[in-house]
Design a protein around this ligand. Structure first.
Ligand SMILES: Nc1ncnc2c1ncn2[C@@H]1O[C@H](COP(=O)(O)OP(=O)(O)OP(=O)(O)O)[C@@H](O)[C@H]1O
Ligand SMILES: [Mg+2]
Length: 153
């Protein structure tokens, strides 16, 4: 399980890291963005989604209230925030069963809130607060069957 660790010192650096990660992502991929409030999940998503070329950085905002934002420009990208998802019914009313209908890049904030099943390759990203504006960002690539054994969403 290859794992890489990065330290960033500003939101701009985290966005830059997201752009670099985007260059290594190919659909279908499920990306878990895990970490406490304000750890930088949405900030990293800004870098990834703009890096994938489907939206401008400023158009990538927190989906905390809408739960899902969909972007498309050749590649289809879902940005999901499960923080407020109470149960599976919420997911169904949002049409999230379509999430895995076609190869896409699916970014999920607060992945521990709800179990989703897929055999897609998974990239697990864990973000932690450090001193002041420092964030420790660990990226772990998990292969399909290995991922479904290790990670539950
Ligand atoms: N190195 C850094 N990387 C990312 N964000 C940083 C960094 N330093 C400071 N920040 C600030 O921390 C905040 C991170 O907010 P962000 O919305 O990305 O967090 P989040 O993990 O998505 O939170 P939530 O759990 O509420 O969704 C922003 O205000 C950002 O400017
Ligand atoms: Mg967020």
């Amino acid at each position: 399980m290859p794992s890489r660790e990065f330290l960033t010192h500003s939101s701009e650096e985290t966005i830059r890291l997201g752009r670099e990660l985007a260059a290594q992502l190919h659909p279908p991929t499920l990306l878990y963005l895990d970490g406490e409030l304000g750890a930088g999940k949405t900030t990293l998503a800004k870098g990834i989604i703009s890096g994938l070329g489907v939206a401008r950085e400023e158009d990538v905002t927190s989906p905390t209230f809408t739960l899902v934002h969909v972007f498309r420009n050749g590649v289809k990208v879902f940005h999901v925030d499960l923080y407020r998802v109470a149960d599976r019914h919420d997911l169904e009313t949002l049409g999230l069963e379509d999430l895995f209908a076609e190869p896409a890049i699916v970014l999920v904030e607060w992945p521990d809130r709800m179990k989703l099943r897929t055999d897609w390759p998974v990239v697990q990203v864990h973000l932690e607060h450090g001193e002041e504006d420092t964030r420790r960002i660990r990226v772990c690539d998990l292969a399909g069957p290995e991922a479904s054994g290790l990670v539950s969403l």
